[in-house]
Design a protein around this ligand. Structure first.
Ligand code: C5P
Length: 227
């Protein structure tokens, strides 16, 4: 069968990465989590103190972009590529709440987007890829054969994320997580450069009331329609 490009976009914590990974595994495709790339750049900016509660030195970050090296390295034990920032594995660090708090600000910087979009397009050049993010179907791969737009209520998403973070031992409250989810939704949908919107030809899946299995079944159906 021919290999296609699959774009999965949607709000934060809709479970995009879970289905995207599952789908990539099923099809033998490469999975790319573009959120991890924005998160790694954010981690870099936080470590350099370019961004904090009171300031954001975008000029300094832009100046450093050429020396920020991002790489996914496939880990057979987990079955997908893990994020490396300048040769350091940062898979855990980029999922921390602090990074989540700042990532949408970093992702709103056009020069950051330009660099990451170019890298993403390069990764997808040979198709056979499942990429998840916010602008994959609209900007990165407008010609993707299959585009999926995932939604779920903010409460549902915050509940899932809260569970995930608590299980990992992070000390957060449900309220903080809900505020973060809603805050990122707002920033992601209102930013000037590549705001989160459903591509016209994307298929929407609201998974508020779907089981993982039900959701995956629906996506496989859409895949078979697309090829
Ligand atoms: O997918 P995840 O929630 O990890 O993404 C973190 C943040 O990165 C998003 O809230 C968004 O601000 C940004 N992002 C983006 N474009 C993408 C992927 C993520 O702007 N393609």
């Amino acid at each position: 069968t021919k290999k296609i490009t699959i774009a999965i976009d949607g709000f934060s914590s809709t479970g995009k990465s879970t289905v995207a990974k599952q789908l990539a595994k099923e099809l033998g495709y490469v999975y790319v989590d573009t959120g991890a790339m924005y998160r790694a750049v954010t981690l870099y900016a936080l470590r350099k103190k370019y961004i904090s509660e009171i300031n954001f030195d975008t000029a300094a970050l832009i100046n450093d972009l050429p020396i920020i090296k991002l790489k996914f390295i496939f880990n057979p034990e987990v079955g997908f590529g893990e994020m490396y920032l300048n040769d350091e594995k940062v898979e855990k660090e980029i999922r921390q709440m602090e990074v989540s708090q700042y990532v949408s600000k970093v992702a709103a910087v056009p020069q950051v987007r330009e660099m990451l979009v170019a890298q993403q397009q390069e990764m997808g050049r040979e198709k056979g890829i499942v990429m998840d993010g916010r602008d994959i179907g609209t900007v990165v791969f407008p010609d993707a054969e299959l585009k999926i737009f995932m939604t779920a209520s903010a409460q549902e998403r915050a509940q899932r994320r809260y569970k995930e973070l608590s299980e990992r031992g992070e000390e957060v409250t449900y309220k903080e997580v809900l505020e973060n989810v809603e805050g990122r939704d707002l920033l992601d949908t209102t930013r000037k450069d590549s705001p989160l919107v459903k591509a016209e030809d994307a298929k929407e899946i609201d998974n508020s009331h779907l089981t993982l299995a039900g959701q995956f079944e629906r996506i496989l159906e859409l895949y078979h329609e697309a090829i």
